[in-house]
Design a protein around this ligand. Structure first.
Ligand code: SF4
Length: 319
């Protein structure tokens, strides 16, 4: 949950998630739709699916006992080198290394690694140094060591203006010695933002809203959203069973524009135009359906749909 998301934002999700799925077995037994609904709003839904698949793998391969060996952890869906190192060292006190963004910054400065941050050389060198440091611990806790390195990066060796005077490793820091603390690590190139426009239709029937379930594969798979099209023809939301990106759902007649809002999904900057609309075709069929706000929250809305439903102009629509 903490990947790409701030701690303060995660806490209520984490608490609700653990209340709903208190054990690995509970998570494994739950339908994936329930897991996605509990994850709704955190984004990056692939992580929720991977977590669910990993819970099933822990049950099938390890009898429900979470594995502690790095290789077994790496074999679980969604677990990469960082997570495997963190779980092995912090939860099981195994002598394993880890490198996250904070640790990479500390190591880049400590050893004056001048390769650009996204390069294979940078990655190889930071992991190599992290491993050498763990190998040098002489029996001390790798879990505590790794947490200390992460904290050093979060609190002292911060991205801008590192607090070198307060740093416990300043005497060994090559970047400090060479006057490179503000140059290292060499920043990654920013990916260019992609501008996208979306049209969203608000169709109401009493207290219920017309929503559609996204295809089972692709971006935000299986989540529910207000009927949405991409007039620009961009393929941000495209899925295999998705309506033509240039046309509106034929049974919906768009009316007045209610408002606009901005939204971001990864590198897409989205201008969302929201229209009041009418449904012209009797009872909607799957993947379309009418649902109340409470039902939509339970089904698992996309982040954008949740945002629109909170917007003042959505509340003011006619019933
Ligand atoms: S001395 Fe400064 S640059 Fe070097 S590790 Fe410490 S805080 Fe980071």
């Amino acid at each position: 949950m903490l990947q790409q998301t701030r701690v303060e934002a995660v806490i209520p999700y984490f608490e609700r998630f653990l209340a709903r799925f208190p054990t690995v077995a509970d998570l494994a037994a739950a339908p994936v739709e329930d897991v996605l609904a509990a994850w709704s709003g955190l984004g990056y839904y692939r992580r929720a699916r991977a977590l669910h698949e990993a819970a099933r793998a822990v049950l099938e391969r390890h009898g429900g006992a979470f594995p502690s060996a790095r290789e077994d952890l790496l074999a679980l869906p969604g677990v990469g080198p960082y997570t495997a190192g963190a779980v092995a060292s912090i939860a099981f006190d195994r002598p394993e290394r880890l490198v996250d963004g904070n640790v990479a910054r500390v190591l880049a400065r400590l050893y004056a690694i001048e390769a650009p941050q996204e390069s294979a050389v940078f990655r190889a060198r930071t992991w190599e140094h992290a491993g050498l440091l763990v190998a040098d611990l002489a029996g001390r806790s790798a879990g505590e060591w790794n947490q200390a390195l992460m904290e050093l990066g979060a609190l002292v060796c911060v991205p801008r203006e590192p607090r070198c005077l307060a740093c416990p490793v300043q005497a060994r820091c090559r970047a400090l010695e060479r006057g490179l603390t503000s140059e290292l690590p060499v920043p990654k190139r920013r990916p260019t933002a992609i501008e996208v426009e979306l049209h969203v239709a608000i169709v109401r029937s009493g207290d219920r809203w017309l929503v559609q379930q996204r295809p089972a594969t692709g971006r935000m798979a299986g989540l529910w959203e207000l009927p949405t099209v991409e007039p620009s023809g961009a393929r941000l939301l495209a899925g295999p069973d998705w309506p033509d990106a240039r046309g509106a759902t034929p049974a919906i007649a768009l009316g007045d524009e209610l408002g606009t809002l901005s939204h971001s999904i990864t590198r897409h900057r989205i201008r969302v135009r929201v229209f009041e609309a009418r449904w012209l075709a009797g009872d909607p069929e799957a993947p379309l359906d009418f649902a109340s706000r409470a039902q939509i929250a339970e089904l698992g809305p996309t982040g954008l749909t949740a945002k629109i439903l909170r917007a003042p102009f959505a509340r003011a629509t006619a019933r």
